[in-house]
Design a protein. Sequence first.
Lengths: 358, 290
Amino acid sequence: MAQITLKNLAHSYVANPSGDKDYALKELNHVWQDGGAYALLGASGCGKTTLLNIISGLLRPSHGQVLFGDRDVTQAETAERNIAQVFQFPVVYDTMTVRDNLAFPLRNRGMEASYIKARVDQIAAMIGVEAMLDRKARGLTADAKQKISLGRGMVREDVNAILFDEPLTVIDPLMKWELRTQLKQLHREFRHTMIYVTHDQTEALTFADKVVVMHEGRVVQMGTPEELFETPAHTFVGYFIGSPGMNLLNAEVRGTKAIVNGAEVALGADYGMVSGRTQIGIRPDYAVLNAGSGLPFSVTRVEDVGRHRIVRGQAAGQPMNVILPEGTPVSAEMTHVTLTPDRINVYADDWRVQGGTA
Amino acid sequence: MDKTLNNKAWFLVLPVLVVVAFSAVIPLMTVVNYSVNDTFGNNDFFWAGLEWFEEAVTSDRIHAALGRQILFSAIILAIEVPLGIYIALNMPKQGFWSSLCLVLMALPLLIPFNVVGTIWQIFGRVDIGLLGHTLAALGLDYNYVRDPFAAWATIIVMDVWHWTSLVALLCYAGLQSIPNAFYQAARIDQASRWKVFRYIELPKMQGVLLIAVLLRFMDSFMIYTEPFVVTGGGPGNSTTFLSIDLVKQAVGQFDLGPAAAFSIMYFLVILLVSWVFYTVMTNLDKAEGQ
């Protein structure tokens, strides 16, 4: 096991990249701590799988280095890197039994038969496939096949990291939750570095200690689920995490105040002069509707999502969502919205601006 | 719900029955008629019972032809199937070269059988043929007109040239259907090249391979035109396969009765083998569904 360092890493599928847009993965520096549980979160096509395949060695990066510990493995074969990877769609060896499928990576490394048997039984119990160990993998359901793929990914104890590429896409919701819990448990038990690629924020936030958010081939933020929620570093993070995402209002920022279409909003910190396209971001959870103070608000729609209600409307002429806590009635009096000052983030050209003390 | 009984509906299948009768049933029945009668021209028939069948079953000549036939099919299957798989595995997967390969591979399949025979007949001639003349110039005693071994070699190489593409193209189609993730997973699992072939590629090619083997078996078991054009069944009887023997008997000697009995058994053998293949294939499909 080792810490994985990405140094000035970038990748382009084009032979002679000319501009930023030719890069599937823009230059990044990143360290994956040994034993961490990471989620790589982002919309489809943002470069997550490219990054994963570079780490596992299925793809050679066009620029930069990959280090395992102190060793440069950029040009090393997948086999040398000793990495496990689970793919989006199940990969099983049809003509083998389930047992042979699980034993396959161990046998290819010439492990002892007695060790292989014990380890396969252990993994089978963990993923719940003991009953089908001696049948052929051909003709199993997609669920079962993906469990076997997961099992094959975890069967080796000495791997440097286990990479998951949206592994639960084909699994039904209940099983998804169960498998995710098991992965988490496995992580606690064996302390393998795990990198979990997904576009599902729930999956990412429940699985990982650290979430890495990617957007258009760039890592825009890495942090704990809480950090991503409270202080998104980029408007994409604000929009992508949370349901509904963060509200962004075009505003002018002057020190400790923001002006939204002529209306003043107090900020929790002093931002001085902010240049570029300026926006303030506020989570729907931290906006409160009321009868007379703050920004003028007009309701267009109310959605009941069970635990709470989402009020969709316009604040000072810009679209905004507000979450109404359970039990709060919607009334015609709600004509204004106040924003909790220290929950407001300020963005210039999509990136968060750090405020000074007010 | 009660079914409406309307026997006039049977008239709707009449056209099909007529077509099938004229295209298959009546010609086949004529052959059956010949096989149980002796005829001396003028359409005089004398009942012969199973005499011709007995004669065919005990004929040393037909036994020898059957032996050669089985040997020929076995040899070309043993060469074309592995060679076809090997070519398919090494063909480019995409791009310009892949298209070019596909076109080149398909060319031999498009040449009419007797043209293939003529090409190799001339190609192998010692006096004017490029192959025959070159081999002779290298000091090899190659002459397919005189030497049974050379005749066999020529016919087998010709068949391999003509038909390996079919196996290769079918296997290639099977290989193209394998998602890339399988190869990536195999690399992660550190599977050797042989294991990738054994556990990923071969299982995925299994269906098309069975079809390829069936087609190649049937065609090679019925082969007539190409060897007939090249060697005419010689030297002696050394390349006289079942169909060449049959034609000699039916058209050459005009022994219609024995030839009819022979052809009926020939037909039944091919039907039997095809049925066995079909059963094996459907059983495999079932095993897959379990």
